[in-house]
Design a protein around this ligand. Structure first.
Ligand code: ADP
Length: 559
């Protein structure tokens, strides 16, 4: 293809030269003709001025002597040649175009001179003679023909030379281009399939490399997006700090944790972000040494585990300080759970210790003979049994809680909520009668899908509490709304203060410890109710006014 272009170039050059040649020859011809026309008119004027009617020979020979090519003819009014510097013709000259159209230049081949001649004539009225001047069509044509020959030859040589020059120049021009294409091909691992000099083929090669680079850029962008997506959706906060103390990467979670204003903190100094002396010290240490450090960071009531590690990637090393990677993990829940467990064990030990102390005390008094009276021994034994039953109750409920926490599969079925409530009320009949409590029922029956023991457990616990913490002659209003799958148990009892309402579901929590103990309570009942509700997607809410009422509202949400 390159050779084709050079060939086309050369042909264009050649044709241009020929056109130039033709144009220049035409111009030379035109100028020559104009010159000849001017000359012939000049010669005629000279002859006219010099001719006095008799001196034909003198005038003609003077002009002829100065220019041999000029032919002067004197013709009589009847067309006979009177005088001619060339051979005298016998022919009548009246029908000659220059005689018929005086003052107009005529051109024709002359048999007399054997040349193409220009003719111009005038009529001398004094002597009644036609004066005619003629000159040959100038001698330029010879020159022009030679010029044309040499020019065509020159054009040919020039074209061949230009072909060679362009060929070599383009080869030199293509060389760096080819080298660049080879480099690009190496970058993209693309084998160069063409090794010639053809520019079109090379441009195809570039196009191929461009497509590969485009694809690579798209892949890189996609990978960056993927990486950003993963980093931003990690459960841990991630921060990368370069050796010059600037934050160069931070994910959304870390921004949420550290930056209260949610402003862009890329390129900010890390000290402006952490504002924690301990962490800042560790970052400095980690930047200067190969180091890994774990610490706790507290902010806005949450607890975070922060791990700081040295980074040695070249893009984070600045001067002699290397970069730092920081991972932040929210451990608030884990810490709280740990605390709840510790509290639970402390409470459980405490709850079990007091009945055990009472039991041991009574049994020691009996065994050491401190109490001997039968009635005293009977009383001590009955107290021992009461405390042991209490311990047993605590242990049963603790086991129940741990079973619920393990979320073991329990058998579930469709159960009528009215049946469950009526069953519980029947079993609590004595308790209700003892306090003379009236139960008001607003029932719309509906079914719930759950384990029978668990359903009975929550209903029993809530109704039992509404009896235990009710006043004498009080009421319990139980409402069932089918549409909302809602159960409300409202008593007219002692009520629960606002601050205690949020705590009554905690394990072992009792508003009034002594009163609860008297009533046989241990503070585990509502903790178990809450757990069963959680496991069965039941929402539980408490509303209460001190000394007026307490209402527990349960909504059985579909799983
Ligand atoms: P307890 O065994 O002490 O009854 P619960 O876990 O069932 O334990 O209840 C925790 C505490 O919540 C009780 O000690 C009591 O102070 C309070 N409470 C629960 N239900 C009621 C209610 N209906 N009226 C007033 N206080 C209640």
């Amino acid at each position: 293809m390159r050779k084709k272009y050079i060939f086309i170039n050369t042909v264009i050059l050649f044709v241009s030269l020929i056109i130039f040649l033709i144009t220049s020859i035409s111009i030379v011809y035109y100028l020559n003709e104009r010159n000849t026309n001017n000359s012939i008119r000049n010669y005629l004027s000279i002859v006219e001025a010099s001719y006095d009617g008799t001196n034909m020979d003198t005038v003609a020979s003077r002009i002829h002597t100065s220019n041999k090519d000029v032919r002067i003819t004197f013709i009589s009014s009847d067309g006979q040649v009177l005088y001619d510097t060339s051979k005298v013709s016998e022919e009548n000259h009246l029908d000659r175009p220059e005689i018929k159209n005086l003052g107009t230049i005529a051109k024709r081949y002359s048999n007399t001179t054997n040349k193409k001649m220009y003719y111009l004539a005038s009529y001398d009225t004094d002597s009644n003679v036609y004066v005619r001047v003629s000159i040959p069509e100038a001698s330029v044509s010879d020159v022009v023909t030679k010029y044309a020959y040499y020019s065509i030859f020159g054009a040919l040589i020039l074209s061949i030379a230009s072909f060679g020059i362009i060929y070599l120049a383009s080869k030199k021009l293509v060389k760096p281009l080819k080298e660049e294409i080879v480099n690009l091909s190496n970058i993209t691992n693309n084998e160069l399939s063409y090794d010639g000099d053809d520019i079109v083929e090379l441009s195809h090669q570039i196009e191929g490399v461009r497509k590969i680079i485009d694809k690579n850029i798209r892949d890189i962008k996609y990978e960056t997006l993927k990486l950003n997506y993963i980093i931003d959706n990690m459960n841990n906060g991630v921060i990368i700090i370069s050796g010059d103390d600037k934050i160069i990467l931070i994910n959304n979670l870390a921004i949420d944790i550290l930056n209260d204003n949610k402003e862009n903190i890329i390129d900010k100094n890390y000290q402006d972000v952490f504002k924690d002396f301990n962490i800042e010290n560790e970052i400095v240490d980690t930047m200067n040494n190969d180091y890994k450090y774990e610490t706790i960071y507290k902010k806005n009531g949450r607890i975070y585990a922060v791990s700081i590690a040295s980074l040695f990637a070249t893009f984070v090393i600045k001067g002699n300080k290397h970069g730092v990677a920081i991972f932040i993990r929210d451990i608030t829940e884990a810490k709280m759970l740990e605390q709840v467990k510790l509290d639970f064990f402390a409470n459980a030990s405490h709850e079990l210790k007091s009945p055990l102390t009472t039991i041991i005390g009574y049994q020691q008094m009996i065994s050491e003979g401190i109490i001997t009276e039968e009635s005293e021994i009977k009383e001590a034994t009955s107290k021992t049994i009461k405390e042991a039953t209490r311990m047993n109750q605590i242990i049963i409920q603790m086991l129940e809680l741990s079973k619920l926490e393990m979320e073991t599969d329990v058998e579930k079925k469709e159960l009528s909520i009215i049946n469950a409530i009526d069953g519980v009320l029947e079993s609590l009949d004595v308790l209700l009668q003892n306090k003379n409590i009236k139960v008001i029922k607003n029932f719309e029956d509906f079914n719930v899908f759950m384990n029978m023991d668990e359903l009975y457990h929550i209903i029993r616990n809530l109704i039992e509490n509404s009896v235990k913490y009710n006043k004498e002659n009080g009421t319990i209003t139980i409402t069932l709304e089918k549409d909302n799958k809602m159960l409300s148990i409202k008593d007219s009892g002692i009520g629960i203060s606002k601050e205690n309402q949020s705590r009554i579901f905690e394990r072992f929590y009792r508003v009034d410890k002594a009163k609860s103990k008297d009533l046989g309570g241990n503070g585990l009942g509502l903790a178990i109710v809450k757990h069963i509700c959680m496991n069965n997607n039941i929402s539980i809410e408490v509303k209460s006014e001190l000394n007026e009422y307490t209402e527990f509202i349960l909504k059985f949400n579909d799983k």
